[in-house]
Design a protein around this ligand. Structure first.
Ligand code: PA5
Length: 467
C-alpha cells in the first residue's frame, strides 16, 4: 500500500465531550454496517425499500471490482480506447455538468501540470489539452471555445490541430450537456466531414444503460461508448468511466487512483474508530454540528491544485445531505489566497464554522526558494527568510493560521496527503464520498438522489416546451 492519507482531529477534540463521543460510537458503527449492507442489498438486485430508494451504493466496491477485471475487463477496454483517442487528437473537449463534470476537473487539476493546456504536446507527454463545456448555458463561454477550436484547428490532418470530444451524462437528458453536444458535434462533423467515420471515432459518449444519449449513441454507432452503471449516482461516479476514461486520455495513472480508492474502502470497512479517516471525519463534523452549532463546513485547501476537488465536495455534500431543511453548508476555500478574502470572517465572524484543512506534505514540482539578494537590494527585507522555499512559507502559514484559530477557540482538523498524485486523490475522493453516505445513514437522510433539483428543471421545461 502506498502512503495512506491521514485525518488528524486533535485540534477539534477539545470541543467534543467524552459522553458525546461515547454516544456516537455505537451509532457510527451501526451506520458503517448499514453502508456495507447497502452494497449487499444493491448486489442482490432485490427490491429496495421505499426509505432507501434511490440506493446508489455501487461506488463503494467499484474501484476494487474494476481493478479485478470486472464488467468484462472494462478497465482494460477504457485504457485501450483512451490510448487510441490520445494518439489521434491534441484537444479534448469534455461535455458534462455536476457529477458528470466536477470529479474529472478535480482529477485534472490535482494530477496534471498547472499549465497543462499551455504546454507543447511533448511537454504534455503526448496527452491532449483539456477544455470543459456543457456545464452551463453560457453563450459566451461556448462561443469562446468554438472560436478557439476554429482558430487553432484548421487542418484536420495535422495531429496538433485535431480535436475530439467526450460527452458525459448519466441520464442522457440533461439540457446543458445535450445542447452543448449538439453544438460541438455539429462543429466536429463540419471539421472532419459530415457523418464521417473519422468524426464518429472522435466522439466518445459516457452514459447510463438507458436514455437519450444512449439512444443517440446506438443510432450513430459510436465505436466506443462507456457505461455509467446503474446503482452509481452522478456525484458518486468519479471512479466510473465518467472520471476514469478522460483521465486516462490525459495520461493520469487511473489504476493507481483506483488503488487509492479501493484501499480507502478497505480502511473504512476494517479499521477501528479513532484510526478510521472516514468514521473519524464523520464523527467530528456531525458532533460539532449537533452540539456546537457548526453548520458551515469550510474545506480549507492549501494549494490551488485542490480547489476543484473542493468544489466537487461542495456538490457532494450539498446534494447528498441538503434535504428536509437540514444539511451543513459546504464551502471550499484555497489558502493562502482566501486568508486575504474570507480569513477575517473565519477568525472573528460567527462561531458556526468547522475548518477542515487539506494539506499536501510535498509539492509535485521542485520547490522554489525565495532568492537571497545583496544587502543593498534588500529593501523588502526578505533576506530574513534565508532562502526558505515557498513550501516552507506555506507550512508556516498553515501552522500560524491553525494556531490563530486555536487561540480563539475555533476548531480545526487536518486531512493530510503525503503528496498530490493519482493514488492520493483516489483516497481523498473515496474518503469524502464514504463519509457523506455514512453521515446520511447516521442522521437518517438518504444521501442518494437529489429530488430538489427537479423543481427548476420542470419549470424550465414548461417555459421552453410549454408543458
Ligand atoms: O449527482 C447527480 O446525480 C447530479 O449532480 C448529476 O451528476 C448532474 O445533474 C448531471 O446529470 P447527468 O449526468 O444525468 O447529465
Amino acid at each position: 500500500m502506498a502512503s495512506p492519507l491521514q485525518y488528524n482531529y486533535s485540534a477539534a477534540q477539545p470541543y467534543i465531550s467524552g459522553p458525546d463521543w461515547d454516544r456516537v460510537t455505537p451509532a457510527l458503527e451501526a451506520a458503517r454496517k448499514e453502508v456495507i449492507a447497502d452494497v449487499e442489498m444493491l448486489d442482490s438486485k432485490k427490491a429496495v425499500p421505499a426509505a432507501k430508494d434511490p440506493l446508489d451504493s455501487g461506488f463503494i466496491e467499484l474501484p476494487r471490482r474494476l481493478l479485478d477485471g470486472g464488467d468484462n475487463k472494462l478497465l482494460d477496454r477504457m485504457l485501450d480506447s483512451a490510448k487510441r483517442l490520445r494518439d489521434q487528437i491534441d484537444i479534448l473537449v469534455s461535455l458534462g455538468i455536476g457529477g458528470s463534470y466536477m470529479g474529472l476537473r478535480a482529477i485534472f487539476e490535482a494530477c496534471c501540470h498547472p499549465y497543462h493546456n499551455e504546454l507543447t504536446r511533448s511537454e504534455r507527454n503526448g496527452s491532449p489539452r483539456l477544455y470543459f463545456e456543457g456545464d452551463n448555458l453560457d453563450s459566451d463561454a461556448t462561443s469562446g471555445l468554438l472560436d478557439l477550436l476554429q482558430k487553432r484547428c484548421r487542418n484536420p490532418k495535422e495531429l496538433t490541430e485535431r480535436w475530439g470530444t467526450v460527452v458525459i451524462s448519466k441520464s442522457g437528458g440533461t439540457l446543458e450537456t445535450a445542447a452543448a453536444f449538439r453544438i460541438f458535434r455539429q462543429a466536429l462533423e463540419k471539421y472532419y466531414g459530415p457523418d464521417s467515420a473519422e468524426a464518429r471515432n472522435l466522439i466518445v459518449p459516457v452514459t447510463g444503460e438507458k436514455g437519450k444519449l444512449r439512444d443517440l449513441s446506438n443510432g450513430r454507432k459510436y465505436p466506443d461508448t462507456f457505461p455509467i452503471p446503474d446503482g452509481v449516482g452522478g456525484r458518486f461516479s468519479v471512479f466510473t468511466a465518467v472520471g476514469l476514461y478522460p483521465a486516462a486520455v490525459l495520461g493520469v495513472d487511473i489504476k493507481a487512483m483506483l488503488e487509492g480508492a479501493a484501499d480507502m474502502t478497505e480502511t473504512f470497512k476494517k479499521t477501528a474508530i479513532g484510526e478510521n479517516p472516514v468514521l473519524d471525519y464523520t464523527a467530528v463534523c456531525h458532533l460539532l454540528e449537533k452540539h456546537r452549532g457548526l453548520k458551515t463546513r469550510i474545506l480549507s485547501t492549501w494549494g490551488k491544485k485542490l480547489e476543484a476537488a473542493g468544489l466537487w465536495y461542495d456538490q457532494l455534500l450539498a446534494e447528498s445531505l441538503g434535504k428536509h431543511e437540514r444539511g451543513a453548508l459546504p464551502l471550499t476555500i484555497v489558502n493562502t489566497r482566501d486568508l486575504h478574502s474570507r480569513g477575517q470572517q473565519h477568525q472573528e465572524g460567527a462561531r458556526d464554522k468547522l475548518i477542515t484543512n487539506v494539506i499536501v506534505r510535498k509539492p509535485s514540482l521542485p520547490g522554489i526558494a525565495v532568492p537571497v539578494v545583496a544587502e543593498t537590494e534588500d529593501q523588502d527585507q526578505l533576506n530574513r527568510l534565508k532562502g526558505k522555499t515557498l513550501d516552507q512559507l506555506l507550512v508556516a502559514a498553515i501552522q500560524g493560521t491553525n494556531k490563530a484559530y486555536a487561540d480563539d477557540e475555533r476548531p480545526t482538523a487536518d486531512i493530510v496527503l503525503p503528496q498530490l498524485d493519482a493514488y492520493a486523490i483516489g483516497q481523498l475522493l473515496q474518503m469524502l464520498m464514504l463519509a457523506t453516505v455514512v453521515e446520511g445513514r447516521l442522521i437518517g437522510i438518504n444521501p442518494y438522489g437529489q429530488p430538489g433539483v427537479e423543481a427548476y428543471k420542470n419549470n424550465m421545461a414548461a417555459i421552453l416546451y410549454g408543458k
